[in-house]
Write a protein that binds this ligand. Structure first.
Ligand code: GAP
Length: 455
């Protein structure tokens, strides 16, 4: 076996995603819609696993965080109080010559509309406007009648739904700071910078957690969450060499933040934000208290002590996290004479945990045993059955979708009821009694895992 190479490019990820049914360009039969993507079968399974691992780490494995699912469309006053109506905008520049629109703060990475080897403004024909602020929120209308309807927004972050429910959760769930509220859900932004696949899209899912703390403890918890979130990406297989923490400079901070650190990943497009961890101070609870008239503060029923908690917020995009896992897992190697592409996904993220493969697809006895095993396993985890075509081709298909274990039913199975368990990464095979396959696969899935790309 040859040494694995880090051969990944964004083009290869886009191509594999389409070929194997992870991600399709949206509205493709109508020519596509920029920055929009649809998720196929394996994309849905992978995305669900990313969300499940996040919820486990944030809610199930902890005593101090509870879950919430708030509406996408909130009262429009929410977005005035949060500062999004006034301040959630990008500075944009138009070119009167090529008619392209650019982020004023990204000119050093954008391409001229006529001469892609140049940056906007670098050719004699470029005719750029002054920057203008462009709000990123999508607006729509609630109500049947145009005249009497109310203008509302599709949420650009899930966080505000958490802040406006602070009182409900703190009193009804009887939580005392430090405690957190976690939410996974869709967010929408009218992003004008297309490209880079699912890195930045018009709609995406966020996994956000607002951790409410006594103000004096905010710095300590901020550092805690930066470390904790970095460890999560590593736990699920992202190479540490491809992750770094970048604290924001003062002039980069969002309007609500007194301190933010990005966890950056070395994407094929360069180091870019994967997740943000922000110290939002008491900005949001104070803003909503002032705008709504409802006091969003912590009051100790026993002592009467009261304070407005500070908020530490780790915020991660599901789709961007999925893209990171795909990129980090992608590998190519030559095995024997053959080249194979393999997704070395953490087994707990892999869309399919095991593939049941009768060696000879036309052998009735093998097929029967394989179907029985498949029917047993599918009650416990996501498995596939495949008897179509040469065994090598079937393995390669499973390698490309990242299935960690191949279970092959062969001649020997018919003699002694054992099955080979093939490991996707090492290609080692072990024989396991058919009745013990479920226990063995469960054991393998629960074990610690480290990407072989770590060397
Ligand atoms: N509540 C804070 C907040 O929304 P953000 O840095 O704007 O902060 C958090 O977004 C995360 O959401 C980002 O780190 C990224 O993973 C993801 N994200 C943001 N905009 C996105 C977009 N247009 N497409 C895909 N993911 C996006």
């Amino acid at each position: 076996m040859s040494e694995p190479t880090d051969a990944v490019t964004m083009e290869k990820i886009v191509s594999l995603s389409k070929r194997r049914g992870f991600v399709f360009p949206s509205s493709e039969i109508y020519g596509g819609l920029g920055s929009s993507y649809d998720y196929g079968h394996y994309g849905v399974l992978l995305k669900d696993n990313v969300k499940a691992r996040w919820l486990e780490a944030m809610v199930r494995e902890r005593d101090d965080i509870v879950a919430l699912d708030s509406s996408i469309i909130l009262h429009p006053e929410v977005w005035k109080a949060s500062g999004h109506v006034g301040g959630f905008s990008d500075p944009l520049i138009d070119c009167r010559f090529c008619k392209k629109r650019f982020r004023a703060d990204h000119l050093d990475t954008e391409q001229c509309g006529k001469r892609p080897s140049k940056r906007p403004g670098e050719t004699e024909e470029c005719d750029l406007t002054e920057p203008r602020q462009f709000n990123l929120m999508f607006q729509t209308r609630v109500g049947a009648m145009e005249e009497s309807g109310v203008d509302v927004y599709l949420r650009p972050e899930t966080a505000q739904g958490i802040f406006i429910n602070f009182k409900n959760v703190a009193s009804i769930a009887r939580r005392k700071p430090p405690f957190g509220i976690a939410q996974v859900g869709k967010a929408f932004r009218n992003e004008i910078t297309p490209g880079n696949f699912i890195f930045r899209t018009l709609e995406f899912e966020q996994m956000e957690m607002e951790f409410f703390v006594p103000p004096a403890e905010a710095d300590e918890w901020y550092r805690y969450w930066v470390a904790e979130r970095l460890a999560w990406h590593v736990r699920y297989g992202v190479r540490e060499s491809h992750l770094r923490i970048r604290p924001h400079d003062a002039d980069e901070l969002s309007h609500y933040s007194t301190g933010t650190s990005d966890i950056e990943y070395l994407f094929p497009i360069g180091w870019s934000e994967l997740e943000g961890i922000a110290n939002r101070g008491d900005f949001d609870l104070t803003q909503h208290t002032n705008a709504s008239g409802t006091k969003l503060e912590w009051v100790d029923a026993g002592t009467g002590e009261r304070f407005v908690p500070y908020v530490i917020e780790p915020a991660l995009g599901v789709n961007r996290s999925m893209l990171t896992f795909l990129i980090d897992a992608y590998d190519e190697e030559v095995v024997g004479e053959r080249e194979r592409t393999v997704l070395r996904l953490h087994p707990q993220l892999a869309p399919v945990k095991a593939a049941v493969l009768p060696l000879v697809g036309k052998d009735t006895a093998m097929v029967e045993k394989a179907r029985d095993l498949f029917d047993e396993l599918r009650r416990h985890y996501s498995v596939e059955y495949d008897d179509n075509g040469a065994i090598g081709r079937r393995y390669r298909r499973q390698d490309e979708i990242g299935t960690p274990y191949g279970l092959t039913i062969d001649e020997q199975t018919l003699e002694d009821d054992t099955v080979t368990v093939r490991d996707r990464d090492s290609l080692e095979q072990e024989r396991v009694p058919i009745g013990g396959v479920r226990a063995r696969v469960s054991e393998l899935l629960a074990a610690d895992w480290r990407s072989p790309k770590n060397g």
